[in-house]
Ligand binder design. Sequence first.
Ligand SMILES: Cc1cc2nc3c(=O)[nH]c(=O)nc-3n(C[C@H](O)[C@H](O)[C@H](O)COP(=O)(O)OP(=O)(O)OC[C@H]3O[C@@H](n4cnc5c(N)ncnc54)[C@H](O)[C@@H]3O)c2cc1C
Length: 409
Amino acid sequence: MATAASASYTAKTPFFTAATGGTGGRMRETHEVFNQVPPLVDYNLFACDLALQDALAREGGAAWAAALDALGAQLGSAESLTLGDQANRHPPRLATHDAHGRRVDRVDFDPAWHRLTALLYASGVHSAAWLDPRPGAHVARAAAFYLHGQVEAGSLCPVTMTFAALPLLRAEPALWRALAERFAARDYDARDLPLAAKRTLTVGMGLTEKQGGSDLRATTTRAHAIGAGGRGAEYALLGHKWFYSAAAGDAHLVLARSADDALSCFFVPRWRPDGTRNAIRIERLKDKLGNRANASGEVEFDDAFGILVGEPGRGLPALLAMAAHTRLDCVLGSAALMRRALAHRSAAPRPPPPRLRPPADRACADAQRPRRSHPRERGRARPRPPPRRRGRCRRGGGGRGGGRGGGRR
Ligand SMILES: Cc1cc2nc3c(=O)[nH]c(=O)nc-3n(C[C@H](O)[C@H](O)[C@H](O)COP(=O)(O)OP(=O)(O)OC[C@H]3O[C@@H](n4cnc5c(N)ncnc54)[C@H](O)[C@@H]3O)c2cc1C
């Protein structure tokens, strides 16, 4: 039986009615979210980015505009954005052994990771710019990289490493003959198999050691010639790497000391040519604050098989040339993150005009209004004609969010 106190409580509380004693099985809206933007999905990352289109045309990449437009639409789809989210929510896991105790040193990724990496390979971001003789190929590749970085950054790592390794490997005739076709292919192959059995390859880089950090002169990993030694010859590597990018990659370019303590560069595949696993033990994956979808690792070499690449003793310049390409991509990746943030801000509704706001709000809202901070952005706004691709940013035509490319505001 209800007391007088509980009857009075029920009567005053809007969530309960005398007739049903509840909501009748329906959830009621407890508040309305009127000041937040809708999720920024289903927009074309390329069509919205007039600054990128300008840069592409200016730097000689106009021939790739249609392909980038298609890529921009695919990357901006709700599906692709969800893949980016999933790849980071379910980071890679290291499996050192199989169920029966055999060493496998395998990295298990979320399927979203593989789908995003496959998209990068299909776009040729891993190699096409080196293999396509047309001027502007590097510009187009940079644009594709920049678009992808707005959706997921971790999958860029193995792709940039593979891209940066290509010039070094191409300078080794015997090795390149075996690899060229697999670099040119765009059919991403995630299988953990010997090089000869793969359609495409992922190549990483191993320089940093615990005791040295940035100081690569402190490298202690040693490479012993299996035969006579020298360029293109086989070696056995003993040591460790504290940072092994794309730890599950098909091969790595590794810095180690060869004869006379000289620092040389070695091509170290995941599998030996005889089809057995190479002696590379993945000790653990890096636990990073960012870049979580990617699997950087720490490894030990226990007489791992390697081939000397380049001139003996010239490993440091060779690998720093490779690193320089990856660092240029770091700039693109960082710019992509900023662009994504700007796209979100650009999609936010403008505040109502001051006359429609209560006086107390005006000073606050004025202070928050975004301003063009860069002089070039300010300078561009007035003389330019109306947007060329108005209405193409959002699928289904001209939503306000995507339609306002950040570069035009
Ligand atoms: C996401 C990520 C990916 C990476 N990928 C790779 C990879 O693929 N392959 C690879 O080999 N490595 C990789 N690294 C490792 C990276 O190259 C090293 O982290 C970097 O060289 C710094 O070394 P460290 O962390 O040991 O710091 P340290 O070299 O010990 O430096 C610590 C501090 O001392 C400063 N310092 C160092 N030397 C000097 C100096 N001479 N003068 C003044 N100040 C100095 C540094 O600026 C820093 O503030 C990666 C690192 C990260 C975070």
